[in-house]
Ligand binder design. Structure first.
Ligand SMILES: [Zn+2]
Length: 116
């Protein structure tokens, strides 16, 4: 797990929608366990999106925390998807390795048989 100051540099990009999946994983998994960093994120989120909202509609300020929660939920969904995809591609990769070995063995055996 990254330290708070390492994670906090992802807060601004996250709020602006500029983090890649790896940075998102670091940030989300950290704020799940670290209240300080979650608060940092919340404050920054309110600062950036809240001010816009308060200008536009009266309930904006009340909905802003929910909006951030939805955003985090959505990120978690992406992370789950990414992780299961990664497991899946690992599996495919090891199956591919096994088939490659089988293929080489087959070619070698055929070659030896021809030599006999
Ligand atoms: Zn932290």
């Amino acid at each position: 797990m990254l330290k708070c100051n390492e994670v906090q540099k992802y807060i601004k990009p996250y709020v602006e929608g500029n983090t890649d999946i790896f940075e998102t994983i670091e940030l989300i998994e950290h704020i799940e366990k670290c209240e300080d960093c979650y608060e940092e994120l919340e404050i920054y989120y309110i600062l950036i999106n809240g001010l816009k909202k308060i200008d536009n509609d009266e309930d904006g300020a009340f909905n802003i925390k929910k909006e951030l929660n939805d955003r985090i939920k959505n990120s978690k969904k992406k992370i789950r998807l990414y992780k299961s995809f990664r497991e899946y591609s690992r599996l495919i990769h090891s199956l591919a390795n096994i088939s490659m070995i089988a293929l080489i063995a087959y070619v070698v055996v055929r070659y030896i048989i021809r030599m006999l």
